[in-house]
Design a protein around this ligand. Structure first.
Ligand code: NA7
Length: 544
């Protein structure tokens, strides 16, 4: 048992765990953070692969809780790369002296509610145990890497890497034969960078991707200053926006609005446009024009118009006809998956050292000691990279081995999909809170905005509980009606069309229940609901 058990144990030292440490301390609570990695940063600590970059503009993807922090931090690019975001995380940890309450290199092995003592007991792989009346799971939405089960996977004798567990030390790929499996955001970001370094790059693609060029501008001093001058207004605008993005347009900027992976379609429709006009727009002004149309996300016919224009543009950009054809997505539409942003993705397939292996026509049979055997050929590899994504949204929570009241496990409760209220709490797990849990806007929102809102709400709830020493958990009816609402708002969107298989739906993990996990009803609507709960004494929860 550890000395000095805190009021709150927080699991995870990513941005959620970091802000929770700061906020809870300010509320007079003692905290202890348990983190598997050797330092802060979460996603940005683990995803160090070449090309890793945030898909939300950095001035938006930043904390708003400290004006000093806002004023003193400078971003080098409009969309920052992983090293710069990790530098930001480190700066926050130092500036607010967060590390003194953090325990690193420690993995949680079990989280168990002790009913008699009304405490959460957290066991770890170092043998140390922590106890606290309140437990906050700040474990992230994309933190459990998915490595598919491929026959022979363990026999590979070269270097094996996963984009989500990339080593801290530089990996020398020069002249090497490199294979990468997966063409989601991670693969698409990594492939152009890997191609520049590797001798040969083989891209093993199961599903073609809809990716559009990312904004790659350096930050201009005048633009950054205007943000700094207007941050209070910007934070207000974020609160009023469905995706938690202000869309603030600096007067000194001549840029078009940055493209982000969080949908911000304008009030334009593609269907009424003349075919020539649409084609001209996309061919002359780029693929990201397609993201501006509202009806692309709501009307299957408009969606297919956009998909066809996208396909035409890819055929135009990629020189080899067979490669171009394989890179064209056919079996799902734009808007089903999280929008991927790239830098020179399609051009990369025009390089002599890059080969696309289309797994739809030539599936992987096995990983061998020397490389990958597909139905048609063997590919000799020195390095095999898995860019195969994550067990998203629920993965880290289910892996934590959580047992609540009456010996019920979270894994049993969520056997048919996550059951929770507002993505904040699950019945049967009193005084255990989740940051950006399933059923909250989370990954459909600017994560830092979502994190601040959740942590503030949880901090207030704990303060309320601490004064009366009570246990809090949602009513069964609150969970049921909230999940119905989460499903209702997702229905009829491109996210849930039958042809769509995304990690939002859990469809990337064999056997995982197919449920649309994030809340698509918009951040302001969600926040209102959370605020109403707090303002009226938490009527959707039970206290004991
Ligand atoms: P994603 O978006 O889940 O992409 C994973 C990729 O790996 C995708 O192309 C998958 O193909 C592919 N995959 C997964 N399993 C296999 C197997 N068994 N064989 C071949 N290919 C496979 O993960 P990312 O890490 O790229 O991005 C996750 C999020 O992180 C992203 O949306 C951003 O928000 C940040 P599939 O499409 O399933 O056919």
């Amino acid at each position: 048992m550890s000395d000095g058990n805190p009021d709150v144990v927080i699991v995870g030292a990513g941005f959620a765990g970091m802000y929770a440490t700061y906020r809870f301390r300010n509320l007079g609570l003692s905290v202890k953070v348990i983190e598997q990695g050797s330092d802060v940063g979460g996603t940005w600590y683990w995803n160090r692969y070449p090309g890793a970059r945030c898909d939300v503009p950095s001035l938006e993807y930043s904390f708003g809780f400290s004006e000093e922090l806002e004023q003193e931090w400078d971003w080098p690019e409009v969309f920052s790369a992983q090293p710069d975001i990790l530098r930001y995380a480190n700066h926050i940890a130092e500036r607010f002296d967060l590390r003194r309450d953090m325990v690193f290199n420690t993995r949680i092995t079990a989280v168990t509610f002790d009913e008699a003592r009304r405490l959460w007991v957290l066991e770890t792989d170092t043998g140390e145990t922590w106890e606290a009346p309140y437990c906050v799971m700040a474990t992230g939405c994309l933190s459990v890497p998915n490595k598919p089960e491929i026959p022979g996977a363990d026999t590979f004798e070269g270097l094996e890497l996963h984009t989500g567990l990339w080593p801290k030390d530089p990996v020398d790929l020069s002249g090497k034969r490199v294979g990468i499996i997966g063409t989601g955001s991670s693969g698409v970001q990594a492939i152009p960078e890997l191609a520049k370094e590797a001798g040969e790059l083989y891209v093993f693609q199961r599903s073609a991707v809809y990716t559009v060029p990312a904004n790659r501008k350096a930050m201009r001093g005048a633009v950054q200053q205007e943000f700094k001058d207007n941050y209070r207004r910007i934070r207000e605008l974020q609160q009023a926006n469905a995706g938690g993005v202000s869309n603030f347009r600096p007067t000194r900027s001549v840029e078009t609005p940055p493209v982000t992976s969080i949908r911000q379609p304008r009030a334009l429709d593609i269907k009424p446009m003349a075919p020539d006009e649409r084609r001209k727009l996309v061919m002359e002004r780029g693929l990201n024009q397609l993201l501006n149309f509202r009806d692309v996300y709501t009307d299957p016919e408009a969606n297919e118009i956009a998909n066809n224009l996208f396909r035409e543009a890819v055929r135009h950009m990629v020189e080899d006809e067979d490669t171009a054809e394989a890179l064209v997505p056919h079996d799902y539409g734009l808007g089903c998956k999280r929008q991927v942003l790239d830098r020179d993705y399609y051009d990369t397939f025009n390089r002599d050292n890059v080969t696309l292996v289309d797994l739809r026509s030539n599936p992987i049979e096995a990983v061998t000691p020397e490389g990958i055997q597909t139905a048609d050929a063997h590919f000799d590899l020195d390095v095999l990279i898995y860019a195969t994504g994550f067990d998203a949204m629920t993965g880290a929570l289910l892996k934590a081995n959580i047992t609540g009241r009456d010996g019920q496990t979270l894994n049993d409760k969520w056997a048919y999909g996550p059951v929770a209220y507002l993505g904040l709490q699950a019945r049967g797990f009193p005084n255990l809170f989740t940051v950006t849990g399933p059923g909250s806007p989370s990954v459909l929102c600017n994560m830092l905005v979502a994190i601040e809102q959740h942590v503030d709400w949880i901090g207030d709830a704990i303060t309320h509980l601490k004064s009366s020493d009570q246990l809090m958990e949602p009513l069964e009816a609150s969970e049921t009606t909230w999940i119905e609402h989460v499903n209702e708002v997702a229905e009829g969107t491109m996210y849930t069309t039958p042809s769509c298989n995304s990690w939002y739906l859990g469809a990337n993990i064999p056997g995982k229940p197919r449920i649309f996990m994030p809340y698509v009803g918009g951040y302001p609507r969600y926040k209102d609901r959370c605020d109403q709960e707090a303002a009226s004494g938490y009527p959707g929860f039970e206290f004991s």
